[in-house]
Design a protein around this ligand. Structure first.
Ligand SMILES: NC(=O)c1ccc[n+]([C@@H]2O[C@H](COP(=O)([O-])OP(=O)(O)OC[C@H]3O[C@@H](n4cnc5c(N)ncnc54)[C@H](OP(=O)(O)O)[C@@H]3O)[C@@H](O)[C@H]2O)c1
Length: 263
């Protein structure tokens, strides 16, 4: 039993990670901007499982929020798991989207992930224990019009995680990293984005409980790349094997531009 730190724990996949890890008896630190949501979840999990749950209300797209979260990680010697999960999407052609939102996305998906991972590895590697889950997306493998920055940043998270996996293996370190790449998942993600879920075929949706169960089970098996759902695994298997010209031809037919939003 150790301490798990989860970003974006106030809803969706992050909240589900918190519930699953609390049931395993881990101590938790929950991070997001909405303090009241974090405090309510923390109180519920403490009461239900008799565990220690702390919260940190922080905006991880800011220098100050990243610094506070990184300092907390550095000061947690019992850290056994970091879940870099906080994220959001935007909709629209890149040049038409507000630039500040695009920058915010890069600061959250890229800079916060990099900074918190750096802090966590410096706790975990000397102690030869721990794992980091970076919640990316199947969007890392299938670019799409209307979601350019989202696909690019999720791709970065996946490549970054693969690189760390190689480095940890090089070093013979037992510390693990995982890129978790879900497809469409029930959460508040599409509400924040203003996308009607009914515009997306029902069979494409997964429950966050299934996504998190796949991730944690794969961690036990030492897998660095996890794509929940056989249809998403098939999608990635095909998309990553197509010649570039064919892939771009397939992607040009992607209906996301009609407003489905990213996954
Ligand atoms: N749902 C999907 O279909 C899907 C598919 C593939 C990948 N994903 C990825 O899964 C992750 C979790 O998303 P979700 O689906 O669970 O959506 P969600 O329910 O909207 O949760 C997003 C979480 O991120 C937090 N967050 C957003 N901006 C933040 C910031 N600047 N600083 C700190 N926390 C921030 C939110 O909390 P506050 O608002 O309280 O800060 C919330 O807890 C994201 O990285 C997303 O890209 C989602």
């Amino acid at each position: 039993m150790g301490t798990a730190i989860i970003t974006g724990a106030s809803s969706g996949i992050g909240e589900t990670f918190a519930r699953a890890l609390a049931a395993r008896g881990d101590s938790l630190v929950l991070i997001a901007r909405r303090a009241e949501r974090l405090d309510a979840l923390a109180a519920e999990l403490r009461q239900k499982h008799g565990i220690t749950v702390d919260t940190l209300a922080a905006d991880l797209a800011t220098e100050e929020g990243q610094a506070r979260a990184a300092a907390l990680i550095s000061a947690t010697p019992s850290l056994t798991l970091l879940v870099n999960n906080a994220g959001f999407g935007t909709r629209g052609y890149f040049h038409q989207c507000a630039l500040d939102k695009q920058e915010e996305m890069h600061r959250l998906h890229v800079m916060a992930t990099m900074r918190l991972t750096h802090a966590a590895l410096n706790v975990m590697i000397p102690r030869r224990q721990g794992a980091i889950i970076n919640v990316a997306s199947v969007a890392a493998f299938g670019r799409s019009s209307y979601n350019t920055s989202y696909c690019a940043t999720k791709s970065w998270m996946t490549v970054f995680t693969e690189g760390l996996h190689l480095e940890l293996r090089d070093m013979g370190s037992p510390v693990q990293v995982q890129a978790l790449c879900p497809g469409f998942t029930y959460s508040e993600f599409h509400d924040v984005l203003g996308v009607d879920r009914k515009s997306i075929a029902g069979w494409l949706w997964m429950k966050s409980e299934a996504v998190v169960a796949d991730s944690l089970a794969a961690l036990d098996r030492g897998k660095w790349l996890v794509i929940p759902g056989w249809f998403y695994r098939a999608f990635v298997a095909v998309m990553t094997k197509l010649p570039v010209a064919l892939r771009v031809a397939v992607e040009s037919r992607n209906p996301q531009r009609k407003g489905r939003g990213p996954r």
